[in-house]
Design a protein around this ligand. Structure first.
Ligand code: ADP
Length: 450
């Protein structure tokens, strides 16, 4: 049990976690870099500690600074948020070793899921559908490698077992290019991730990104909370997310959801997590599991009515899940737009002082943000300054609500991608639902031609 939580993160998610803690009567400790000392969640925390200069490597990514802050503040638990150290098994291990609660799954689970080959093997064992391809590293003999690739069928994608963040991947269209692509990816992986293991799988041409949110306790219970579609991406970064994933057979989603929950039980997974899939031609293919809270957890909160962060805190406190699968429904439709401080055309970051801040509101509208008038967006971190989330009785209703909310939203003093979102919400392709993961890039290319 714990009563004080150190929030090892910044920005909107630090505020989101702080709110969930307060809702459960927990004390919060905010840690911040010198650049974030004036943030609203720093002011509102029961205790605030500066852990270093602006540079992430000397503050939010410094395990020793975070553990020291936990020690001096008396926090008994650490919430890693997303990004930064949230999926770092070494950090989770150090938190555990210090006798504190890491608010997430065990370090061992994070380690397994962080190795894409090990993760795929575990998923296959649990009956979760995976992308065709061997769930083991590649052999060294060229003839064996070629035989494997032929069996999978070209195009294939070569992926680093230790890869992440969209790096360490190479698409290979024909046999002649395979061995060189493998050698390059191996070398890149050795340098970037300290792990040269690579594997291959079928490269899917027009998939959607569909994911399943799960929630598990430390007593062997696990449930799934419906689907999300996050296919609108630029450079592998999600831009718009929605729940549920439109146009997919509910029985199929339920079947995959059950497999995900079963996999959690089999792995001894506890807390929240997300199974990410590519979805193509009516079939799901597992690509990876995120062992943390995600940016887009909000759309699932809106459709299920469940406070996912509070559930995560409860699980970390050792409570049994009070919800069963039968309690989980999906009401209407929710959409989230990530509002970034960036030029809507060039995508160049636009840090600086916000001089005007008018947020939309009303029925079915939610804004998760730590920003406001006078807030200075620092240049050192991710450029997301707000999440605009709407909920409607249907997808069409949610889209209408999002269009109105974006019209109301005004941010002055810095550039934001609000104009991009306004244009996207008018795109007939997106409005129809079910676009693939290349849709946004195609749409942007089209826009720059006209
Ligand atoms: P990372 O951990 O780096 O995010 P993922 O395995 O999640 O890597 O893959 C990132 C993205 O790469 C996916 O969202 C998808 O766009 C693309 N991708 C990965 N595997 C495949 C595949 N087998 N076929 C097609 N696209 C893929």
């Amino acid at each position: 049990m714990f009563d004080t939580v150190l929030i090892a993160n910044r920005g909107e998610i630090a505020l989101r976690i702080q709110r969930a803690c307060r809702g459960l009567g927990l004390r919060t400790v905010a840690v911040h870099s010198e650049a974030d000392r004036d943030a609203v969640y720093v002011r509102q925390a029961d205790q605030a500690l500066c852990i270093g200069p602006a540079s992430p490597s000397q503050s939010y990514l410094d395990p020793s600074a975070l553990l020291f802050a936990a020690e001096v503040s008396g926090a008994q638990a650490v919430h890693p948020g997303y990004g930064f150290l949230s999926e770092n098994a070494g950090f989770a291990q150090r938190v555990e070793d210090a006798g504190l609660v890491f608010i997430g799954p065990s370090a061992a689970c994070i380690r397994t899921m962080g190795d894409k080959v090990a993760a795929k093997r575990a998923m296959r064992r649990a009956g979760v559908p995976c992308v065709p391809g061997p769930d083991e590293g590649l052999p060294s003999a060229p003839a064996e490698v070629l035989a494997l690739a032929r069996e999978v069928g070209f195009p294939v994608i070569v992926k680093a077992a230790g890869g992440g963040g969209g790096r360490g991947m190479r698409v290979v269209n024909e046999e002649g290019a395979l061995l060189e692509a493998i050698a390059l990816t191996r070398e890149e992986a050795r340098r970037a991730f300290g792990n040269a293991e690579v594997y291959i799988e079928k490269f899917l041409l027009h998939p959607r990104h569909v994911e399943i949110q799960v929630l598990a306790d430390s007593h062997g219970h696990a449930i799934w909370l419906g689907s999300r579609d996050c296919s609108l991406q630029r450079r592998h970064q999600k831009v718009v997310e929605e729940a549920p994933a439109p146009g997919i057979d509910e029985a199929l989603v339920a079947e995959v959801g059950e497999r995900c929950a079963a996999a959690c039980r089999q792995l001894g997974y506890s807390g929240v997590g997300t199974f990410e899939f590519l979805y193509e031609k009516g079939a799901f293919y597992f690509i990876e599991m995120n062992t943390r809270l995600q940016v887009e957890h909000t759309v699932t909160e809106m459709t299920t009515g469940i406070d996912i962060v509070q559930q995560q805190l409860r699980a970390a406190r050792g409570e049994q899940l009070a919800l069963t699968q039968a309690d989980i429904g999906c009401q209407g439709h929710a959409i989230e737009c990530r509002i970034n401080a960036e030029d809507p055309d060039s995508f160049a970051p636009s840090p600086g002082r916000i001089t005007g801040w008018h947020m939309p509101g009303g029925f079915g509208v939610r804004v998760d943000s730590h920003a406001g008038v006078g807030y200075r967006v620092p240049p050192y971190y991710d450029s997301m300054i707000a999440k605009l989330i709407v909920h409607g009785s249907s997808r069409a209703d949610a889209l209408d609500r999002m269009r109105l909310a974006l019209d109301e939203m005004q941010v002055e003093g810095i550039a934001t991608n609000v104009p991009l979102h306004r244009a996207l919400m008018q795109d007939p392709g997106f409005a129809a639902g079910g676009v693939d993961i290349h849709h946004l890039e195609r749409w942007l290319a089209q826009r720059s031609r006209t």
